[in-house]
Design a protein around this ligand. Sequence first.
Ligand SMILES: [Zn+2]
Length: 109
Amino acid sequence: MSITCFSCKSPRDKVREMVSLSDRGDLYLCNQCIDLCHEITHEPETAERAAMEQDAARYRWLRDRMLFADFDYNGEGRCMLAFELPPEAKISSDCDETINYAMTIGVQL
Ligand SMILES: [Zn+2]
């Protein structure tokens, strides 16, 4: 069996090191991909990255509470998303405000 990196597909003889990721010896990651993972996970926090993570957390929070999505609401080509909110949520005409408030009160469904 030829050993290749499962991520970049480099063969064993083209990389400095190959690390086995499974007991069965059928999953390998090369040193270049390991270095890349390390760079990504240890990248200094930038404002942009922090904002992206905040957005991701917000999307996950919403996704977990989504009841349904209608991508052609009333046949008008508009998207309507419905979310489950707790009874104590403050409903504002500003959608972002409603979501921000619901998130700050730490809703657990
Ligand atoms: Zn690789």
